[in-house]
Structure formats: structure tokens, C-alpha cells
Design a protein around this ligand. Structure first.
Ligand SMILES: [Zn+2]
Length: 268
């Protein structure tokens, strides 16, 4: 049985916030005007905004869950994040969690993300000054569930170390690129020292969700304030935990075969 409405926890996934995104990320980009309206709707919902670290402590029973929590997350590290996006969040006292793809934000390094205006790794401490928590999102943004165990280990550890060097403290939280994970990938995340990992799943999280595949709702450019308001009410999506569906398993096998042939593509 899925979680009752009141126990459902929306964990939103944003990417870039800009009027002028490159085509490849446009589907997952919201305009600054729409973003501001969505943040206002989140504030008006009366939910308690928390960082992923707090949610994970709650899932583990270390601290009590605040009333009606909501979590805002930002993936990849687009250029707007340490600028207008952080300011829009700070102006409303909204904490958030940013998952950074270190290869995409480090000069001289490469990632599988197509070109886009990105922040710099050196701005990671600035995100924390704005009240954000910083998590890892691998080095090159691969589909982790299609890689060898050694490659998964390298992606998880090298990105964690790069962020820790920059921030001067431990980085405990991970976002799987595209949300893709498997039992082996989840075990590798734990072994690499992450205390949690977020997936995508297009579902609401709940106090019974799994710490190494926390469900998130991806915000697309077509989503409106009405969608956000519905999510804040615990509606508009199913709630995790629930088992992988057969199509999810089949899709993974298909992607593994395709990745072997021609490498990965962006899927959120
Ligand atoms: Zn990503």
C-alpha cells in the first residue's frame, strides 16, 4: 500500500533556471519568472523546507520528521545556480540541495553533458553560504547501472573527493545521473561513503522511502504552479517506496545494450 496523502514528501528536481537554455536541456529548464512563482507556491503551501541530509536523518530515525516536509534539489551545476537561483531561494529562506557533476564544472575536465553555461567548482562554497547543501553527481554523468564496478567506484569516489577538497568537509549525499541505479550501484554508493542517494522515479517520497533511492519529481518546462501546488498537497504522483516495474527493468537492459554500442544520452 502506498503512503497516505499526509505522509507523502515532495522532493523536487530542478536543472537550469534560465530564459535561454541550450536545446538539449530545454525540456528540463524553467524560466526565472516561473521558478519564482513555483517557489512562492511552495512557501504558500505551508510545507517545511528541509535539505536532503535532514530527510535522510529522519528516514533513519535519528531525528523526528518535521511537519509536512518538502525538499528542493538542483542537479548538474548550471551557471544560474550560485547566482539568481540561489538568491531566489535565499530571499524566501528556502534551503536546498545541489548535486554537482564535477567533470562538467572543472576547467580541463570533461563530462558527457553537452555544452551549457555551467558554474565553477570553486563556487561550491558559495552555494553553502547561500544555505545550500552540496552533494555529488559523479565526475562524467554516466548511466551508472551500465558501467563496470570499477568505473562506478571511480565515478563515485573521485567526484566526492573533488567536492570535499573544495568544501573542506565530508560530502555525504549523492544523486544518480539520470536517476539510473541498480542494487550494485546502490551498494557502491554506500561503500563509497555516501549516506544517501536520490533517484528520479517521478514519484513523491515518503517517510518509508529508501535512503539509497529517494524518489524525486523532475520539474519540466511544461509544469506549472498548479502542478507544484498539487505535489505540495501530496497529489499528482504515486508515492515511494514501490518495487521496480517490469518496464523499468526492461528499459535498463535495453540501455545497457545500447550503451555498449554507442554510449549514453541525457535523460534528466
Ligand atoms: Zn544530472
Amino acid at each position: 500500500m502506498s503512503a497516505p496523502l499526509h505522509a507523502r514528501i515532495p522532493v523536487l528536481l530542478y536543472h537550469a533556471v534560465t530564459d535561454d537554455p541550450p536545446d538539449w536541456i530545454a525540456e528540463f529548464t524553467v524560466t526565472p519568472k516561473e521558478f519564482a512563482a513555483q517557489l512562492d507556491a511552495i512557501v504558500d503551501s505551508g510545507r517545511t523546507p528541509i535539505r536532503i541530509g535532514t530527510l535522510v536523518d529522519c528516514l533513519a530515525g535519528r531525528v523526528p520528521l518535521p511537519p509536512r516536509p518538502v525538499v528542493l534539489t538542483f542537479d548538474d551545476g548550471f551557471a544560474d545556480l550560485p547566482g539568481p537561483t540561489a538568491e531566489a531561494l535565499a530571499a524566501r529562506d528556502l534551503p536546498a540541495t545541489a548535486y554537482l557533476t564535477t567533470g562538467a564544472i572543472t576547467p580541463g575536465r570533461a563530462s558527457l553533458l553537452p555544452p551549457a553555461p555551467m558554474m565553477a567548482l570553486g563556487q561550491a562554497p558559495l552555494l553553502e553560504q547561500y544555505g545550500m547543501e552540496v552533494g555529488g553527481h559523479t565526475v562524467t554523468h554516466p548511466q551508472l547501472d551500465t558501467l563496470s564496478a570499477a568505473a562506478v567506484r571511480r565515478e563515485l569516489r573521485e567526484s566526492k573527493a573533488a567536492l570535499e577538497d573544495e568544501l573542506g568537509h565530508e560530502v555525504l549525499h549523492l544523486a544518480y545521473p539520470h536517476g539510473y541505479n541498480s542494487r550494485a550501484v546502490r551498494r557502491a554508493a554506500l561503500a563509497a561513503g555516501y549516506r544517501s542517494a536520490v533517484a528520479v522515479r517521478h514519484a513523491l517520497s515518503s517517510e518509508r522511502d529508501e535512503a539509497y533511492r529517494i524518489a524525486r519529481l523532475i520539474v519540466r518546462r511544461t509544469h506549472t504552479v498548479a502542478d507544484v501546488t498539487a505535489w505540495m498537497a501530496g497529489q499528482g504522483a504515486k508515492a515511494a517506496p514501490y518495487p521496480d516495474s517490469l518496464p523499468t527493468v526492461g528499459w535498463r537492459l535495453y540501455r545497457r545494450a545500447r550503451a555498449a554500442l554507442r554510449g549514453p544520452e541525457f535523460a534528466g
